[in-house]
Design a protein around this ligand. Sequence first.
Ligand SMILES: Nc1ncnc2c1ncn2[C@@H]1O[C@H](COP(=O)(O)OP(=O)(O)O)[C@@H](O)[C@H]1O
Ligand SMILES: [Mg+2]
Length: 271
Amino acid sequence: MGEAAVEIEDAGLRFGDRTLWSGLDLDVAPGEFVAVLGPNGSGKTSLLRVLLGLQPLSSGSVRLAGEPPGRGNQKVGYVPQQRAIDESAALRGTDLVGLGLDGHRWGVGLRGMARRRRLVAGAVASVGAQSYARFPVGRLSGGEQQRLRVAQALVGEPEVLLCDEPLLSLDIAHQRAVTELIDTRRRTAGTAVLFVTHELNPILPYVDRVLYLVNGRFRIGTPDEVMNSHVLSELYSTRVEVFRVGGQIHVAGAHSALCEDLPHHADEQVP
Ligand SMILES: Nc1ncnc2c1ncn2[C@@H]1O[C@H](COP(=O)(O)OP(=O)(O)O)[C@@H](O)[C@H]1O
Ligand SMILES: [Mg+2]
């Protein structure tokens, strides 16, 4: 086995006197699929921002594909948390996907342009977006926009794929399509996946390991090792029951623990 795609070593992140997490050690292997779970405010997005080089650590270190994180690191693909794209945006779907390519790498000459077009067309086809990729993205549905964002994240053939709640506001069919696409990529190209989500069940069949963050504490392990009543009760410091029904995992009790900590997110579901 080669070196880890993501190496997180004794990493800590603090804002003022608030510690989001500390002592975080995690190596993600090429092709591994890691789900990042935890209540709102537990620092999931902040972890992705650290890996993108947008947020410095308070302590420890991270490396991606053997290199320190940094803006424009072409080895990293990113699917940001979904926001609606301005309806007036003139950008076409293919333009959006093309933003995932580093211009310098392909050059600006005719051959570079042709190569770029081929790569973009391939990424568009891989998410099944051919029929709408030429339209302005502002006119597309949330699901269509999200598939194009996934294409943008994958077009540069990243070694690491960071996804921040990519299934939010997608219907079941599109959730499945996006998840299967990401799974295929990590199996065929060995892309390591860190997948932040509130909903473990849609991705559960694909998940190798879970990183569960709660209130500065965390656990890392297979879904079986982490998603059980004992471990989650310890993490939340309150009685939490985990039920398995028809291959799905349901968590009861963490909801009230979450509300005490974060009154302004009282309607949140966990996980
Ligand atoms: N640059 C920052 N300065 C101060 N606080 C921040 C900063 N970035 C994030 N936070 C705080 O860190 C906490 C975790 O945020 P986030 O990583 O977005 O959590 P999650 O994605 O798990 O909901 C939040 O309370 C947020 O307000
Ligand atoms: Mg977040």
